[in-house]
Design a protein around this ligand. Structure first.
Ligand SMILES: O=C(O)CCC(=O)C(=O)O
Ligand SMILES: [Fe+2]
Length: 361
């Protein structure tokens, strides 16, 4: 995959421009860049991140992903995540619903826990296929370390902007704590030529969702990611830009800050135009709070978060007092997406997070 050239991303489709944030300037504490990051994180919840310094690690992760997905299905299934709401391990194509009707997803992916990667060869949560183990120290750990650095820098900015005490967010995301933090490499198969010509209503690869955790650090090469920005009724594509990561806020962070930072609805469809004939690879690092963290707004630690909650009706406010832990939140969402657990539309609804339009599929 690295080095391959793809047909261009088409111009004649609805595209949503994201703000471009320069990571080097964020690290240098540049006030204008921090203002841009804050605007992106509070208005849409998605932005491009350039100069993140992880390109080499990202390419190597895609190589690892390709090797892993090339293993026989029978071998990969030995490491399947299962139906109990565990995320780590392999997920086969078609194991998750993409909507309340029970349509199936088309992606396979491998999720590698941060705790397992940092402790390797010690097993914290579970074991992985050989193609993962072979690259754990040379590729996966370095990628995770880069992603952690990026996400820690960004969380530190948010902590200040939310006028939280220093370390208030970081201490909920300690490296040594057990958490749902994971790296995910995703493969979506190419569409056949007949599918492409009949693609007025393309099959959804990953259903509409908000991410579960705090921050996502995403890398893709082909189009297919779509966002539903506030006030829109039509999905908008996000154009992949070489060397630019896509970052977004997840539910856990939205909940902790009383909704000031936005966790926006998104989904993945087959790549647009001539790109649809290619296998689509993507890679995400999900930063999530430690398992024990209660997902309630931090209003006692920030007058800004408290003021935000005070503007809400009592009903709206209860949304930010989930009284569930991060582990319970993830387990519920993951478990109810699994098609094997489906009883009816209510199962899909039970998998929902803070989505502002849960009925949209
Ligand atoms: O593949 C992509 O571009 C996005 C993947 C995604 O949204 C996810 O895995 O949560
Ligand atoms: Fe996502």
């Amino acid at each position: 995959m690295p080095g391959l050239t793809f047909p261009p991303f088409p111009d004649n489709i609805p595209i949503h421009p994201l703000l471009v944030v320069d990571y080097e300037l964020i690290k240098a504490n540049d006030a204008d860049e921090i203002a841009k990051l804050w605007k992106a994180a509070t208005e849409l919840g998605f932005w491009y991140l350039k100069n993140h310094g992880a390109e080499r690690e990202v390419d190597e992760m895609f190589e690892m992903g390709e090797k892993t997905m090339k293993l026989p299905l029978e071998e990969k299934m030995k490491f399947e995540q299962g139906d109990n709401g565990r995320s780590f391990g392999y997920k086969a194509a078609g194991a998750n619903a993409t909507d309340e009707y029970g349509n199936l997803d088309t992606v396979e992916f491998i999720n590698i826990s941060k705790n397992d990667a940092l402790a390797f060869p010690k097993v914290v949560h579970r074991t992985y296929p050989s193609a993962v183990n072979d690259r754990m120290e040379s590729t996966i750990k370095p990628f995770i370390m880069k992603a952690l650095e990026v996400n820690t820098t960004i969380l530190t900015v948010f902590e200040k902007k939310l006028v939280l005490p220093a370390g208030a967010l970081l201490k909920l995301h300690k490296n040594e704590d057990l958490s749902g933090c994971e790296a995910r490499c995703i493969r979506n198969p190419p569409k056949s030529t007949s599918d492409i010509s009949a693609s007025a209503n393309p099959k959804v690869a990953i259903g509409a969702h908000t991410d579960f955790g705090s921050l996502s650090f995403l890398h893709n090469r082909l189009g297919g990611l779509q966002v539903l920005p506030p006030g829109y009724t039509e999905w908008q594509y996000v154009r992949p830009i070489p060397g630019h990561a896509i970052c977004n806020i997840g539910d856990a962070l939205t909940l902790l800050c009383g909704g000031i930072l936005r966790s926006n609805l998104h989904r993945v469809v087959p790549p647009p135009g001539a790109q649809a004939a290619y296998t689509r690879w993507s890679l995400v690092y999900f930063t999530r709070p430690a398992n024990h963290v209660a997902l309630n707004a931090l209003s006692e630690q920030s007058a800004m978060i408290k003021a935000r909650l005070d503007q809400l009706t009592p009903d709206e406010r209860t949304k930010f007092e989930t009284n569930t832990t991060a582990l319970e939140w993830f387990t519920r969402r993951i478990k109810n997406q699994r098609i094997n657990n489906r009883k009816g539309p209510e199962t899909w609804r039970s998998s929902r997070g803070t989505e502002h339009k849960p009925e949209i599929a």
